[in-house]
Design a protein around this ligand. Structure first.
Ligand code: ATP
Ligand code: MG
Length: 637
């Protein structure tokens, strides 16, 4: 059982109101505990308690749940009978989903039992005469039987999920819990589902509060896992960031630069500390943050990282690394290195800084590749990653130059080493098409366009024609293959909206979608745009973190270690890849990174004495002790 099933740690406000809507009483709890309990008559209650306040117990009967913002850790439950509403916020979204699901499943189950005689139908008189002493106990966890039972009832009742609750729904059986659709459909918020044991182990480590660095080759599900980690932490104090806008968008966060608020980090440390402290919004953000998450850490400049670490300590007046913020770092140093102006500074990876060792408690490496399934391709990529190209590998990749990977008029995306080349290709290909141009301009929150340009993958202005090659920028329907990175072609316009045919022959009418970016004071900026971008070509730097289903590349102008590996590892298979001019000289790995990974492996081997999935805090058994000792040793190193 997950703790989120029957217990929820969050912030809560409880308001009692008159039927006319004026507030009679209100309690605000910054750190509240919600529990689902039963009394001696098996009636269900939700108990709300805070550090100082006495617990409030509200009968779980006739409730309305507003859960539209569940993914942001917010929901409210209106208790009709008690005339009271509980507003939940800052709840780890995963736990919030499980908690509401338990209420729903248990209430649905109880409803049936109620109809077939149970104590909860008893009158007050009967209860008083029963002689039972008052006793509350935690509700039992949701079982498979509970789920089946509740599901069968939903299908009979054919319930839909209006959100917020519509009048119709209010007038229906008010005894219903949270609406079911979201709570049953496989949700990215459902803890642990689909995570493999190595990913699960990292998630557990992150929840233990330790500072974590996890790595793994391209496609091992680092960003996928990161999204789960974000959803398992309280949103108000968790900052998901990444080194680039595209990668940040992938995990629903902002760039590290936008979060940090110290510009590009140039200038002396004193100036930067001063700057952070003097800008109230920046200082407030640093003080509020409890969990800082950084994806694509390989592209974060070491010197910048070092400065952030010092700024965090200064602003938070706390001498612990990063001022006591929990760090969750993820990336693959054998992919793209930091982008620095080489005429001004030397390139430095984060692991080359003195604070790296102090900042990281535990390291993990994900080994199972999810992006590709073809064993031969995975072996080739693993070899390319460390800069090793055998004759067989060369021959196999050279062979791809002539293969046909296009189908149904959908061309391969050309990955370019330089951004300007990719822009030129897209513009000229669009120009070459006959037919009318349709222009889609993004609608942005006020004064936020430049920030949204940097932080979202949706373009400010998108020009399309029939025949344009496009890429989908959002997961629209994972089961139908309409996923972020899917490639298609515009086949017509329907009432002004582009209709795209994808590689799997599915057609999709692109409607406006929203991208949110947290601004420096925590509120959200929004860009509304159709979720498409031109996809004849893309720069390799922009492609880091993406999965592409049909891709072509020329590697002759490669200029960075790891750049060829990033390009090649975007493909899902050797059959959907075309390398126009493969030459082993374009493949190399940074020697500092190779050395770092050698040491890293040795460290991991020590950690691997401990089996997968064991909770880190388990002090009661020998293995737990061993892990503790190891952790201490590693930290001392
Ligand atoms: N446990 C899993 N089960 C099923 N699919 C998964 C799992 N983990 C990851 N994936 C899928 O594998 C693909 C690659 O995952 P992801 O982009 O997270 O990898 P990554 O390690 O971040 O790669 P990169 O280093 O290129 O950024 C995605 O399509 C993702 O949905
Ligand atoms: Mg990634």
């Amino acid at each position: 059982m997950e703790s989120g099933d029957t217990f929820l740690a969050c912030a809560a406000t409880v308001e009692w109101m008159t039927p006319q809507g004026s507030i009679i009483r209100k309690i605000t709890l910054k750190s509240a505990s919600l529990r689902i309990i039963r009394n001696e008559f098996r009636e269900m209650f939700m108990e709300v308690s805070g550090d100082k306040n006495a617990a409030t117990r509200l009968p779980l009967k006739g409730i309305n749940v507003f859960k539209k913002f569940m993914a942001e850790g917010k929901a409210s439950i209106k208790f009709q009978e008690s005339g009271c509403t509980v507003f939940i916020s800052n709840a780890p979204p995963t736990n919030l989903v499980s908690f509401l699901r338990t209420i729903f499943v248990k209430m649905t189950g109880d409803r049936e039992k109620t109809l077939n005689t149970t104590p909860s139908k008893q009158t007050v008189r009967a209860k008083l005469l029963s002689g039972r002493s008052q006793a509350f106990e935690e509700i039992s966890p949701v079982t498979v039987a509970d789920l089946c039972n509740a599901k069968s009832k939903i299908s009979k009742a054919t319930i839909t999920t209006p959100s917020p609750p519509s009048k119709k729904r209010k007038n229906e059986d008010v005894c219903r819990g949270p609406a079911p659709k979201k709570l049953y459909s496989p949700s990215p918020l459902t803890t642990g589902s689909n995570l493999n044991p190595e990913q699960q182990r990292v998630l557990e480590a992150c929840l233990s509060g330790k500072n974590i660095f996890f790595t793994g080759s391209a496609g091992t599900g680092k960003s996928y896992l990161l999204k789960r980690i974000v959803a398992a932490l309280p949103p108000d104090v968790t900052m998901p960031t990444a080194s680039t806008g595209v990668a940040a968008c992938h995990i629903g966060g902002t760039t590290l630069h936008a979060f940090a608020g110290i510009g590009d980090g140039s200038g002396s440390l004193e100036t930067l500390c001063d700057k952070a402290l003097k800008l109230p919004l920046v200082a407030q953000k640093w003080r509020k943050c409890k969990h800082l998450i950084i994806d694509e850490i390989s592209m974060v400049d070491g010197t910048y990282f070092e400065k952030l670490e010092a700024v965090a300590r200064y602003v938070r007046k706390n001498d612990k690394p990063f001022g006591g913020i929990q760090l969750i770092l993820c990336g693959d140093f054998l992919q793209l290195p930091p982008v620095v102006d080489k005429s001004k500074t030397a390139k430095r990876f984060c692991f080359q800084t003195t604070c790296w060792e102090k900042c990281i408690d535990l390291c993990f490496e994900l080994k199972e590749v999810h992006r590709q399934t073809d064993k031969e391709f995975i072996t080739i990529l693993n070899s390319i990653r460390i800069g090793r190209v055998t004759n067989e590998i060369s021959q196999r990749l050279v062979k791809t130059a002539t293969q046909k990977i296009e189908s149904d008029g959908i061309l391969a995306t050309r990955l370019c080493s330089h951004t300007n080349d990719s822009k030129m290709i897209n513009n000229s290909k669009l120009r070459d098409l006959d037919g009318e141009e349709k222009i889609y301009s993004a609608q942005d929150s006020d004064n936020a366009s430049s920030l949204l340009d940097m932080q979202t993958i949706a373009p400010a202005k998108l020009v399309l024609k029939i025949g344009a090659q496009v890429m989908l920028l959002k997961n629209i329907n994972v089961n139908s293959g309409l996923v972020n990175g899917a490639r298609g072609v515009v086949v017509r316009f329907d009432e002004g909206l582009p209709v795209v045919r994808f590689k799997n022959k599915k057609e999709y009418t692109a409607r406006t979608e929203r991208w949110y970016v947290k601004n420096s004071n925590g509120s959200l900026y929004c860009r509304k745009q159709v979720p498409l971008n031109l996809a004849w070509a893309f720069s390799i730097h922009k492609s880091q973190g993406l999965t592409l289903d049909c891709v072509e590349m020329s590697l002759s102008k490669i200029f960075e270690a790891g750049q060829a590996y990033v390009a090649l590892s975007r493909a899902q298979s050797l059959d959907t890849l075309r390398v126009l001019d493969f030459d082993s000289r374009h493949v190399w790995a940074d020697t500092n990174v190779l050395e770092f990974y050698q040491k890293f492996r040795r460290r991991l081997q020590q950690m691997e004495l401990i089996p997968l999935g064991r909770p880190l805090s388990d002090k009661t058994n020998k293995k737990g002790k061993l892990r503790e000792i190891l952790e201490k040793q590693l930290r001392r190193k």
